[in-house]
Design a protein around this ligand. Structure first.
Ligand code: NAP
Length: 295
């Protein structure tokens, strides 16, 4: 087995993603010789201890990063600015500071200016997740066969980028780099907008009067059920994603609403050919995902 990539990996936040990183690092043994973890609440820290996810669980992010050669922010992106402020004075020279946040321009905006000289900042986003959250949710195979996108700011040390890429490869991911603004636009359409639609449609259904609401749940077996799975995601994490990818999300939402209006018009005017054509495009996209093993 290869030597561990890092001496000490500090995980700031141990929910679905932090726990999954801890699990895979434990299982593979070639990612970090030691794992130090922290979370905001004592309840989560206690659970992390019980689950044996880390070698050490400490009360603060400042303590967690001291002496670490890799620090991974695994909290909701809205917490990053305050976390970066707190940890910056305690980061070791030459350490890699990375993250897993779902938005990348905001992370570079909030964390970048606070990173001390000599520390390598390599933002990352593993495109893997479930609707579950918290320290009991993660698992070692979460990243297997999934993409991880790195968005290093210009001038980032090449060796640090490569080491971060290797970390994710050892987690089972395929890795590529992407420009941060491009990342945020792509994710707005493939992830953030679908979540917005799922949250909205569940709200719409919930607003219906009580009799039909019962029927919504009773007969949820069709399309609605898939929306409810996505809509069960963590409210704080998703609030932060929406607020921190505002421009791209609003752009994709506007495009979506135009297309939805066009579909509504086709339904109103009985334009079956239009409707059929749009549905056929959906099938083509689904087939493409299956062929790429991303379904
Ligand atoms: P999660 O399950 O809700 O866990 C969040 C963790 O962060 C918890 O351990 C929480 O501690 C901790 N935390 C929150 N605020 C903190 C603070 N101020 N200081 C220290 N720790 C803090 O969230 P997640 O799903 O793992 O998401 C974590 C990050 O991954 C987010 O940035 C998200 O955008 C990104 N991401 C998520 C997914 C997904 O599908 N879920 C996929 C890819 C990337 P407490 O439990 O004590 O509150």
């Amino acid at each position: 087995m290869a030597e561990p990539l890092f001496r000490r990996l500090a995980l700031i936040g141990v929910g679905l993603i932090g726990r999954s990183v801890a699990r895979v690092a434990r299982a593979r043994g070639n990612i970090a010789a030691e794992i130090v973890a922290t979370a905001r609440s004592e309840a989560t820290r206690e659970r992390v201890r019980e689950l044996g996810l880390a070698d050490r669980v400490v009360a603060t992010a400042e303590e967690a990063v001291a002496g670490a050669d890799c620090i991974m922010l695994c909290a909701p992106v809205g917490a990053y600015a305050a976390l970066a402020q707190a940890i910056a004075p305690h980061l070791s020279p030459d350490a890699i500071l990375t993250d897993v946040g779902s938005t990348k321009q905001s992370v570079i905006r909030d964390v970048g200016p606070l990173v001390p000289g000599g520390v390598h900042f390599v933002p990352a986003h593993p495109l893997a997740g479930t609707e579950h959250s918290g320290p009991d949710a993660g698992f070692a195979e979460l990243f297997e066969g999934r993409w991880c996108l790195l968005t290093p700011p210009p001038g980032t040390d090449e060796a640090a980028v490569e080491k971060t890429a290797e970390l994710w490869r050892r987690c089972g991911s395929m890795v590529t780099t992407m420009e941060p603004a491009h990342h945020d636009r792509v994710l707005a359409i493939v992830s953030h907008l679908p979540h917005l639609i799922a949250f909205t449609i569940c709200g719409t259904a919930d607003d219906l009067e009580s009799q039909s609401r019962e029927e919504v749940l009773q007969f949820a077996a069709s399309g609605f059920r898939d929306f409810t799975r996505i809509a069960a995601s963590d409210p704080v994490m998703w609030r932060d994603v929406f607020l921190n990818n505002r421009e791209a999300l609003l752009e994709m939402l506007a495009r979506f609403m135009e297309d939805a209006q066009a579909m509504a018009r086709a339904v109103r005017w009985g334009d079956g050919a239009y409707i059929e054509h749009r549905i056929e495009r959906g099938r083509v996209i689904r087939r493409g995902l299956i062929e790429r093993k991303q379904a």
